[in-house]
Structure formats: structure tokens, C-alpha cells
Design a protein around this ligand. Structure first.
Ligand code: TYM
Length: 331
């Protein structure tokens, strides 16, 4: 059975971008593949969280994974730092990752701009750790959003380079995956770019947001003065609202508002109200389950423990073989 790996950083609550870009596919794929879904707590260390924050964020991602429908009986759910073999493979892969290519990575350049006072080596080698996450289970499919495309390309580069260096074909090539063949980029509410945890207050709709919070955020989204007979091109901030509607609303609703827009009759207030209600409906089952699971610490501990065991079984097999390939041998 093909192996699937993906992870989400423990940097806060999960939002609609994480859901439609990644988790929705995790939930489907667990029925068809041998899946490993983890919480990328090592990756989140690049921003120096406090111990309490780190722990709370790991816990909330675990709760939200389960609430969104990932089934620990079907998929292996684990915390990245519970599997030290990942860090070991990261070290080996780092020996064949070059400064120039790491500096050219778009996400590194973005981070240098975002946190100029904390350009640590972990940020630079972030794609190597991500490659280790994937290659440790020798995965071939990686369900991710569009923003991770370049990281997947780098994971292939590092795996292939290892194969060439040691003259074998140990690692298969991992590829970004989405059922529709098109990787998804869910826009934020600020009219600028993608929905993200750190893109500013009000830009992201979180799966855990209460209905009144969702309504408030959507109603505050930026709009313009509306289409005119001369110009029905949608500016970015309006296109984003329609793109969001495409994922949370029915085709009929989308078509209805698109028609109103094209005939210059759209009222943004109505459009936003509808969008907010459809977001509330889309997230309601997850929100309910978050509230039901959150207090069950025993269950969460059990899921994490079993997941770590299963993930280590697969990871330690890879590390043993990699050590052998590299030439670490006992006397
Ligand atoms: P992270 O934590 O930023 O995001 C987790 C997942 O959510 C997707 N995503 C989006 N998709 C569409 N539209 C958006 N606005 C949006 N925002 C986030 C991301 O594409 C991702 O799939 N480097 C990864 C975590 C990671 C990983 C891995 C993923 C570490 N190791 C190994 C796959 C395999 C990251 O920072 O994701």
C-alpha cells in the first residue's frame, strides 16, 4: 500500500486553509493508504515558543486532527518530537543540502523578512527537516496546500541525492497530493494573500471559532465600491471572497452571487452574510467535536502514545537501513 505522510506545525489553532489545503485530504486518504499524520512541533521551534505555549499548541492540533475526522484506528497520528529517528535522518540529510539552495527557498526568504532578528539555522534547514519527515516512512504521497510545493521539490532533491551518493534507489520520490490534482491555496480575509495563522488578526477563520466570531470576521473583510457596467473584473479582495465561497458554499449559492456580481446587482453585505453562515455550517461538526474531545486528556495521551509507537516502528526500520547504507557498521 502506498505510504502517505503529512504534518502541520504546532503554532496555533487550525484554520480553513489548513482544513481545505490539507486535513480534508488526510481524512479521505486514511481509508485508501497507509497514512502517517503528525504534529510538527520540532518545526515550530524556529519561532522560540515558551514550553507552556508549545505544549498547548501540540495538544490543540491533536484535538483538532481528531475532531476533523482523522481516525487513530486508521491512520498513525503522532507528535514529531516523539520520533527521534526523524532528527537523526535530518542530520544525515543535512550533509548533502547546500547553502545556496537552502537560501533560495521562498519560505526561507519570507521568514528572513518576517523575523529579521531571529534568522536561525533551523529556519535555513527547515526543508531538510521536512524531507526527513517524509523520507523516514519512505512516503510517496504528501497531501499539502500549494504553499508547500517547493518544499516537496526539495524533499525529492535530497532523497535523490542520497540515492546517488550511495549508489542505490532507497528513497522513492514523494509528490505533493490533492484529489483534484490542483494544490489548493485558500485566501485570507484581508484581501492580500493566503489564509495563515500569522497573517494578522481577522485574516483567518479558525475551525474552533464560535459562530459570532466568524460573522464578525467576515463582515469586517475588505470590499470595494462594487462592479460597474464598464468594469466587472473582480479585484483581489472580492475574488478572495468568491474563492472562499467556492469552498464552503453550494454551487447554486456561488452561481447566484456570481450572477449578481456580473450584472452589477451584488450587495456585499448579503454576500458576506451568506458566506459567514456557510462557514459556520461547514465548521459546526468539527467545532462540536473539539468541545467534546478537549477535556479527555486520557484519550489524547493514549492516541499520542500509540501513534508514537507505530511511527517509531516504521522510522526505526528506515534508520537502521540508512545507517547500514551510509556505512555505520559494528565491528
Ligand atoms: P503549515 O503548518 O504551515 O500548514 C499545514 C498545512 O496546511 C496547508 N495550508 C494551506 N493550504 C491552502 N491554503 C492555505 N491558506 C493554507 N495554509 C496552510 C499547508 O500547505 C500544509 O499542508 N512545512 C509544513 C509542515 C510540515 C510538513 C512536513 C508537511 C513539516 N513537515 C512533512 C508535509 C510533510 C507547514 O509549515 O505547514
Amino acid at each position: 500500500m502506498e505510504i502517505v505522510v503529512s504534518g502541520i506545525r504546532s503554532t496555533g489553532n487550525l484554520h480553513l486553509g489548513n482544513y481545505y489545503g490539507a486535513i480534508q485530504n488526510f481524512v479521505k486518504m486514511q481509508h485508501e493508504y497507509n497514512c502517517y499524520f503528525f504534529i510538527a512541533d520540532l518545526h515550530s521551534l524556529t519561532t522560540h515558543p515558551t514550553p507552556a505555549n508549545l505544549h498547548n499548541n501540540v495538544k490543540s492540533v491533536l484535538i483538532e486532527y481528531l475532531a476533523a475526522g482523522i481516525d487513530p484506528e486508521k491512520a498513525t497520528i503522532y507528535v514529531q518530537s516523539d520520533v527521534p529517528e526523524v532528527a537523526e535522518l535530518y542530520l544525515y540529510l543535512n550533509m548533502n543540502a547546500y547553502l545556496g539552495e537552502l537560501e533560495r527557498s521562498t519560505s526561507f526568504k519570507d521568514k528572513v523578512r518576517a523575523q529579521p532578528d531571529n534568522v536561525n539555522a533551523g529556519l535555513l534547514t527547515y526543508p531538510v527537516l521536512m524531507a526527513a519527515d517524509i523520507l523516514i516512512h519512505r512516503a510517496t504521497k504528501v497531501p499539502v496546500g500549494k504553499d508547500q510545493e517547493q518544499h516537496l521539490e526539495m524533499a525529492r532533491t535530497f532523497g535523490n541525492r542520497f540515492n546517488r551518493l550511495y549508489n542505490n534507489d532507497y528513497f522513492a520520490e514523494p509528490h505533493a497530493f490533492n484529489y483534484s490534482n490542483n494544490l489548493v491555496k485558500i485566501p485570507g480575509l484581508d484581501g492580500k494573500g493566503k489564509m495563515g495563522k500569522s497573517e494578522g488578526e481577522g485574516n483567518a477563520i479558525f475551525l474552533a471559532d464560535a459562530p459570532e466570531v466568524i460573522r464578525k470576521k467576515v463582515m469586517r473583510a475588505v470590499t470595494d465600491s462594487g462592479p460597474t457596467v464598464e468594469n466587472q473584473q473582480k479585484p483581489d479582495e472580492i475574488q478572495n471572497l468568491f474563492d472562499l465561497m467556492k469552498v464552503v458554499s453550494s454551487q447554486d449559492t456561488y452561481g447566484h452571487f456570481n450572477n449578481l456580481y456580473n450584472t452589477c446587482q451584488v450587495r456585499y453585505g448579503d454576500l458576506k452574510k451568506q458566506l459567514a453562515e456557510d462557514m459556520i455550517i461547514a465548521t459546526a461538526p468539527i467545532r462540536d467535536r473539539i468541545n467534546a474531545i478537549a477535556g479527555d486528556t486520557d484519550y489524547l495521551a493514549k492516541v499520542a502514545r500509540l501513534g508514537a509507537e507505530k511511527a517509531r516502528e516504521s522510522a526505526s526500520k528506515t534508520i537502521k537501513e540508512v545507517r547500514e547504507i551510509i556505512g555505520f557498521r559494528s565491528f
